[in-house]
Design a protein around this ligand. Sequence first.
Ligand SMILES: [Zn+2]
Length: 266
Amino acid sequence: MNTCCGPDGCGLPEVEVVEEIEDCLGDDCGGGSGLPWPIPPAPPEDPSDPNPWEPIIPGGSSDPCETCDPGEDPDDNEETCPLGQIDDGFGNCIDEEDPEPCETGDEFIDDPNVHSEFQNIWDSTNFGNELTPNPLDQRKETASWIVQTSTGFKAIPFNEDFIERQDACSIDYYGPVPENVVGLIHTHPYSVGTDLSTICELVPGDDPIYRGEPSDADYGQALNNGITFGENFQNYVLDADGIISYNLLQAVTETHSRYETCGFEL
Ligand SMILES: [Zn+2]
């Protein structure tokens, strides 16, 4: 039932709708367009209009894309990335392949099996994000032994029960040393140029600015390690700028090698 109100009001008698609207498809329908509705008449033609009127067809394509290549989907907003990069699906261009493997020539640094430990030991410093590092008093030095195994290397973090002091400036360990130890990694959780005078106990003559080098104590430790475990014993420091490497002979002359952050990310 339906009630029909005309332009003069609703005083007209009630009319019962007896006809149902049928879906109309094909050329039998009205304008013969093959569409289920009549196309509205075109508005008066305006020769100055750069976009001539076209019927809007639901489900059809939008305005023709004048800048698209043939076959290109104008609705595809995916960024075009530079050569060697791909879109990550969120509009960001990322490297197409993983970075090149580390090739420092250092057996341990180049070993992909130890990279997870580099990452672990760095993450456990609580350095924080590269762009927004945590305050210095929230960071701490961390350390791991490097042990030779039958298949390669593994890292054994310092046993916390034997760490007597641990802060952003130092880590003091008085515990047992694992069998087959071949190296020692510790961290300096800051970048080159960081002013450490607010956080570290400095003695007169100490440089308050971190220079990206092993400390005097680090070189002293390396001398002890070399004497105790052999001259091939390797010492490493991870800092926010990369990896420092030094052995017994280098410790004698207080020299070191430096590599990029090969195997860990800030
Ligand atoms: Zn150190």
